[in-house]
Each structure stands twice: as structure tokens, then as C-alpha cells.
Design a protein around this ligand. Structure first.
Ligand SMILES: C[C@@H](C(=O)O)C(=O)SCCNC(=O)CCNC(=O)[C@H](O)C(C)(C)COP(=O)(O)OP(=O)(O)OC[C@H]1O[C@@H](n2cnc3c(N)ncnc32)[C@H](O)[C@@H]1OP(=O)(O)O
Ligand SMILES: [Co+2]
Length: 134
């Protein structure tokens, strides 16, 4: 059911410093910061030949990554995003298998303009999983 790896997300406390690290030291193609108010984060995409890395920085009062950064102020890998062909079919299959879908269970539009959902890290070996409709 799951398809391509869309991105790996890294939460960072200092977005400018992280962008500079990837652009200058790592020599990567780094986007401008894109505020995502519906998700409580600002994202930066780093385009690699075969996938993307998403840098995440908290936005607004109730950012879902605030606690994560409190626990790991230097940042860390926050989630992994897999593509699926049909996000509602994927959600229903995962729920039937006992996985917890986060939020109200309905997809939101993600940073690529496509529907996304998140699955509880405790149901996936301690890894927060994002699904994005391909
Ligand atoms: C724009 C979009 C896109 O790409 O298109 C995005 O990616 S938006 C990316 C940002 N959006 C999201 O992350 C939305 C989904 N996330 C959430 O709903 C939340 O962050 C949760 C995953 C439910 C965590 O919430 P919160 O930090 O308030 O809960 P908590 O601290 O009580 O955590 C409960 C337990 O899960 C663990 N935990 C928390 N966040 C984790 C993570 N990212 N990876 C692995 N484990 C994690 C905690 O250590 C704790 O374990 P212990 O109990 O063992 O200590
Ligand atoms: Co993401």
C-alpha cells in the first residue's frame, strides 16, 4: 500500500542556521521558508535527487513540534512521509489494523498542496508517520 518516500522531516530550533548548513556546507538546493499556519510550522524543503528533507520550525502558539523541541533543543528527526495513492482507503485500512490516526481523522492539505494525515508514533516503532496522497 505505501509507495515512495516523499520526505524525512527534521525539527530544528534555529531555522536560518539549519538552512545555511544544508545550502553552504552540504551543497544542497534549499527552498525559502514556507509558513504553514494550518500545521503550526514553517517548513523548508531541501531537494535531493531521489527525495526531500523537510526542515520544521514551530509557528504560532500551539505548534505540534514545540514539545519535541523542548525535549531535544538541538533538533532531531521528527517524521517520515510516505506517499499513498488513495489516502482515505489507506486511512481506513490502517485504522482497521489498530493504528491511531492523529487529529480529527480527516486529511488536511499539506505543504505540497496535497492531502496529508499523521499516524501515532507509538503505533509505528516510535516513528511519527505522515501519509501524503501521491
Ligand atoms: C506541513 C506538513 C507537510 O509535510 O506537508 C508537516 O509535515 S506538518 C508537521 C507537524 N505536524 C505534526 O506533527 C502533526 C501530528 N503530530 C501530533 O499530533 C503530535 O506532535 C503528536 C505526535 C501526537 C505528539 O504530540 P505531543 O508532543 O503533544 O505529545 P507528547 O509529548 O505527549 O508525546 C507522546 C509520546 O510520543 C512521543 N513523540 C512525540 N512526538 C514524536 C515524534 N515526532 N517522533 C517520535 N515520538 C514522538 C513522545 O516522546 C511521547 O512519548 P513518551 O510518552 O514515551 O515520552
Ligand atoms: Co511533513
Amino acid at each position: 500500500m505505501i509507495g515512495r518516500l516523499n520526505h524525512v522531516a527534521i525539527a530544528v530550533g534555529d531555522l536560518e542556521k539549519a538552512c545555511k548548513l544544508y545550502r553552504e556546507t552540504m551543497g544542497a538546493k534549499v527552498s525559502e521558508p514556507l509558513p504553514q499556519p494550518a500545521h503550526g510550522v514553517t517548513v523548508v524543503f531541501i531537494e535531493l535527487p531521489n527525495t526531500k528533507v523537510e526542515l520544521l520550525h514551530p509557528l504560532g502558539e500551539n505548534s505540534p513540534i514545540a514539545k519535541f523541541l523542548e525535549k531535544s533543543p538541538d533538533g532531531g528527526i521528527h517524521h517520515i512521509c510516505y506517499e499513498v495513492d488513495d489516502i482515505l482507503a489507506a486511512r481506513d485500512r490502517l485504522k482497521a489494523g489498530g493504528a491511531r490516526v492523529l487529529g480529527d481523522g480527516n486529511p488536511k492539505i499539506g505543504a505540497h498542496g496535497k492531502p496529508v494525515l499523521f499516524l501515532h508514533p507509538k503505533d509505528f516503532n516510535g516513528t511519527l508517520v505522515e501519509l501524503e496522497q501521491a
